[in-house]
Design a protein around this ligand. Sequence first.
Ligand code: IPM
Ligand code: MG
Length: 366
Amino acid sequence: MRKEKRNYRIGVIAGDGIGPEIIAQAVRVLDRTAEKFGFALDYVPMDLGGCSIDRYGIPLTEETVTLAKSCDAVLMGSIGGDPKTSPWYQLEPSRRPEAGLLGIRKALGLFANLRFSNLYEDLKDACPLREDIAAEGIDFVILRELTGGLYFGEKKTEMVNGEERATDVLAYSESEIRRIAVKAFDSAMLRRKKLTLVDKANVLESSRLWRKVVSSMAEDYPEVEVDYMYVDNAAMQLVRRPSQFDVILTENMFGDILSDEASMVVGSIGMQPSASLAEGSFGLYEPSHGSAPDIAGQDRANPLATILSAACMLRYSLGEEEAAGAIESAVMSVLKQYRTPDLKSEGDGTLAVGTAGMGEKVVQAI
Ligand code: IPM
Ligand code: MG
């Protein structure tokens, strides 16, 4: 049942580097869908990362957390700069842009990160894999645990026996594993009913707990085929035969690494949307790629991962499935004719467009 008045409050983190350019295009596309599908969006701008450091000296303020919590969902561009040249990286690690991103994930309880890899028919030529491999089709999602593991375990650097020794703790509790595994099983039920848990259970104690929890839950989902795969093998299988995957469930660090590989498998990291979900319907939506400071402000960045993330936001946080589908169809139809530089190859018969041009084409196609 639809709410009478569909009015949503959307936090917007434009961020650093190409962030503001790609967000501008996603907002145009959202405005067009709101107009077409009859709902209203109020945007609430907020700072995170480098721009927050410049303004307040820290990458994440209490104000941003409070504002974000007051919203139905948050849409984000990208944060961070070039570690070799940006002054942000002269700061101690806990005050750098990335700390802001990790901080907001934790503060908002965004424990489930979904990163989608779809090989669009019209992008088959952008796929770096052999033609016969691409021909089998690629359509999977990685569910990456986002608020635990090595990223958030105890960290220290100390002097031991006259030399520095650094430690990062990798710990997971049953409940942390179970809450994301529920999302993974539920996703699998809505898809092709195949779940692959990726771990390193031949070496890591924490991985053995993941297996124990997931295999005990499998009994409640008899229709889902559950597979267990070591992470090194998974890295190889992703390029050998990606068509075998439907839902991949994995811990934070493995998910970080495999999702970058997974984005390239379908042509470009510039195409991969992501959703970071909390309990309930709240989520933060961002492209999987970074802030690409080397091309910032040049109208070269591909805004499609951000536009597709906005579609995910409509679907998962706002329940506006029709509008989400309209954005995805528009993106597919635009790709038949237009490409940003990351997707373009000589003689592919398409026309080159920049960031704003791509946004414009998607708006027109909705
Ligand atoms: C990502 C990024 C972040 C991560 C960095 C910027 C901290 O690589 O979202 O994948 O490692 O989670
Ligand atoms: Mg990453």
